[in-house]
Design a protein around this ligand. Structure first.
Ligand SMILES: [Zn+2]
Length: 399
């Protein structure tokens, strides 16, 4: 068994659900902070827990180059290595190979690329990308795909989509044959389901229901498929249908946020979601601003990830209930007020805009820590609010 997913409330197209992974439950829609090299830059794991992060994303490409998959595997996998007991998702490495490597060479077999660290030559295939993800041991892994560049003409987009479909088959085949090699063992007795986990939470005891225990379940990783097809709605439909035919426990929409106009992103997301199964989690990769994550959740996306809140924080760009704040600006130098009067995070409760501005201007490490903490808190709060609206049957909107 790998994951279980249940949609509990639906309002319009938006869904609130629960995703049960071997490392705990994830309430959806969910925003997943990006922990590129087994760390969300500047954030200790206990703070991430305090913020309510239920699932983190790790980048296979970065971890493969440093510290290396074998090192992580020998240390018990990513959860143990980074002391993160909750759920983890790893990407396939495909996106970084395409975005960080201008000298990459794509063949039917895979992609040859150069390390952005030292220029050394490496090769990723669907099989080796899956082997890397099994060694890292995330709860959810992703099929190796080709992220189609933007713009791309119809012939190029179709050829790229077909390659991704062939790679999806190979990813699944390798994964099914090797998933038992995951570096952790999780065994649960009795019923392992979203319902029984809820009961455990409510009663504080897994065994108060006196149901006879069934056999032990060995929990393992799961593999999601990725829909490509560029900006072509007919190809998106075809990619979605044929990916669903291959069969995965969850589906991602890839190849967006690659430079296209935002209206186009929305159109493609909407048109793709239509062709994905309603009872499986749907993951939109690499989006977006706070407004966008609300919008996509309202369209029926369950999972999203983006480097924006953490990367912007390190550049002094903060998201607040009153709009964006560029903390480096001189106008905050004497401002005694909190960063966001409507935010309850530990930064907004304790520090002034003047102090945050001073830390940033002085290039202090603490500036990055506090800015990241607030931005993540703002994103997670935003998603929790959306989830609550869906549960109440209200339309989700931004603030
Ligand atoms: Zn705050």
């Amino acid at each position: 068994m790998s994951i279980q997913f249940k949609v509990e409330n639906q309002t319009g197209m938006a869904r609130a659900g629960r995703l049960l992974t071997p490392h705990g439950e994830v309430e959806t829609p969910v925003f997943m902070p990006v922990g590129t090299v087994a760390t969300v830059k500047g954030m200790p794991q206990d703070i991430l827990e305090e913020l309510g992060v239920q699932i983190l994303l790790g980048n296979t490409y970065h971890l493969y180059l440093r510290p290396g998959v074998e090192t992580v595997r020998k240390l018990g996998g990513l959860h143990r290595f980074m002391a993160w007991p909750r759920a983890i998702l790893t990407d396939s490495g495909g996106f970084q190979v395409f975005s960080l490597n201008e000298l990459r060479k794509v063949t039917e077999d895979g992609v040859t690329f150069r390390s952005h660290l030292d220029g050394s030559s490496h090769f990723f295939s669907p099989e080796s990308a899956m082997a890397a993800q099994i060694g890292l041991g995330a709860d959810i892994t992703m099929a190796f795909d080709e992220c189609t560049e933007f713009p791309a003409d119809h012939a190029r987009t179709k050829a790229s989509m077909e390659l991704t479909l062939r790679w999806a088959e190979r990813s699944k085949k390798y994964f099914e044959e090797h998933k038992q090699e995951v570096p952790w063992k999780k065994v649960v007795s009795g019923q392992w389901s979203v319902a029984s986990e809820n009961q455990k939470l409510e009663t504080g005891n897994a065994h108060t229901d006196h149901r006879p225990l069934t056999t032990d379940h060995y929990l393992t990783q799961s593999l999601f498929g990725i829909v490509q097809g560029g900006m072509d709605l007919a190809l998106r439909k075809e990619s979605a249908e044929r990916t669903v035919e291959i069969g995965f426990p969850g589906y991602a929409i890839g190849g967006l946020s690659v430079g296209e106009p935002r209206e186009r992103t929305r159109e493609v997301v909407e048109a793709t979601l239509e062709h994905l199964p309603k009872d499986k989690p749907r993951y939109l990769m690499g989006v977006g601003t706070p407004e966008e994550i609300v919008e996509y959740a309202s369209l029926g996306v369950d999972m999203m990830d983006c480097v924006l809140p953490t990367r912007a924080a390190r550049h002094g760009l903060l998201f607040t209930s009153e709009g964006k704040v560029s903390i480096k600006q001189a106008r905050y130098a004497q401002d005694p007020g909190p960063l966001d009067p409507n935010c309850d995070c530990r930064v907004c409760r304790r520090y002034s805009r003047a102090y945050l501005r001073h830390l940033y201007a002085s290039n202090e490490v603490l500036a990055q820590v506090l800015n990241t903490l607030h931005n993540l808190s703002f994103y997670l709060d935003t998603m929790r609010r959306v989830r609550h609206s869906i549960q109440l049957g209200e339309e989700s909107r931004f603030l």
